[in-house]
Design a binder for this molecule. Structure first.
Ligand code: 13P
Ligand code: SF4
Length: 322
């Protein structure tokens, strides 16, 4: 006898409503929920979100929301940050597997040893890290405020910067400070091809190159503007130029096109043969999964209380310094 190949009824795909947009709007009312979405989410999710932003904007929204339920359309460390700030609220992540290669590149046990080698250093960690790393940090930063936060630290104070070495190098360049860098990277931003980007610039000589600071230095040296996703969006609106080579995850282009429909946005190519460079973690979330998460109030993101109490302090310091 062979075992049946049919899954039990409880794990079959549930029927979805005909109009997911309407169904999500109804659930928002019923749950008193807010949907926070990062710019790297698929366009439909951006369109149903109550707030779309970069990591800084999203954590500021999470800190001030009066909603009972936070639906975080982003990756795990972002939802975790929202939970750290709101221990009594339900925080939902449409797909619990939506992780981050950069956060994974800094395992807590190894980081504890690294930190122990530099006992007199202040630890500034990029928000793209786990709650356990946040709990070992003095101040959190994002790509929007990393330079300004480091500038606020007295020059004689040595600093460890973790986990992104590219953002760390960019901050060193901008501030003239010597930082001790953890050698982490983002799998999306480290794979943009300098060669293909320069070829694209030759084909579009009037286009400005706008890049995220998680990119490799060889890519950043060609950029006309470097900034967080919100920074890139604002720059593309304000610049008198009409075309841009966008060197970050291409989800942001949805907002760029919405904000300035007359302008041209060209996604920068990756080293492989794909013309785009989508974050496989961010793209695990879908509108369907978001609806199901709200309907079933699951999957929920939780943080152990001992880690949460240590992790909230550096986040609050960042919010106060921003
Ligand atoms: P920002 O949201 O700070 O622009 O960072 C982009 C990113 O990689 C988020 O995962
Ligand atoms: Fe992490 Fe990079 Fe994806 Fe952002 S784009 S979530 S840093 S892997």
């Amino acid at each position: 006898m062979f075992a049946t190949l049919q899954p039990p009824a409880s794990v079959t795909t549930p029927a979805l409503p005909h109009d997911l947009f309407e169904a999500i709007a109804t659930l928002k009312q019923e749950l008193n929920a807010i949907v926070l979405a990062h710019y790297y989410q698929e366009s439909d999710i951006q369109d149903i979100a109550d707030y779309i932003g970069d990591s800084l904007g999203l954590s500021q929204q999470a800190a001030m929301t009066e909603a009972d339920v936070i639906v975080f359309a982003g990756v795990h460390f972002m939802a975790e940050t929202a939970k750290i700030l709101n221990p009594n609220k339900l925080v939902l992540l449409p797909d619990l597997n939506a992780g981050c290669s950069l956060a994974d590149s800094c395992p807590p046990a190894k980081f504890a040893k690294f930190k122990a080698k530099h006992p007199d250093h202040l630890v500034i960690s990029y928000i793209n890290c786990t709650a356990a790393i946040k709990a070992m940090s003095d101040i959190i930063c994002t790509s929007a405020n990393a330079v300004s936060i480091v500038r606020q630290i007295p020059p004689e104070q040595p600093i460890i910067f973790a986990p992104d070495k590219n953002l760390g190098r960019y901050v060193m360049e901008q501030t003239g400070r010597d930082l001790v860098l953890w050698q982490g990277t983002c799998m999306v931003h480290e794979t943009f091809s300098e060669k293909k980007m320069v070829q694209l610039k030759v084909e579009h000589p009037g286009a400005e190159i706008i890049a995220h600071p998680e990119c490799e230095p060889a890519v950043l040296r060609h950029a006309d503007y470097v900034g967080s996703t919100t920074g890139l969006l604002k720059y593309s609106q304000q610049s008198p130029r009409s075309s841009f080579i966008v060197v970050t995850e291409p989800g942001i282009i949805h907002q760029m096109r919405k904000n300035t429909p007359g302008k041209t946005f060209i996604p920068a190519p990756a080293l492989n043969n794909c013309a785009c460079n989508e974050c496989p973690h961010m793209r695990l979330n879908t509108l369907e999964k978001l609806y199901l998460a709200m309907k079933h109030k699951s999957p929920e993101v939780n943080v152990p209380e001992d880690i949460r109490v240590d992790a909230i302090r550096p986040i609050q310091r960042m919010l106060a310094m921003s």
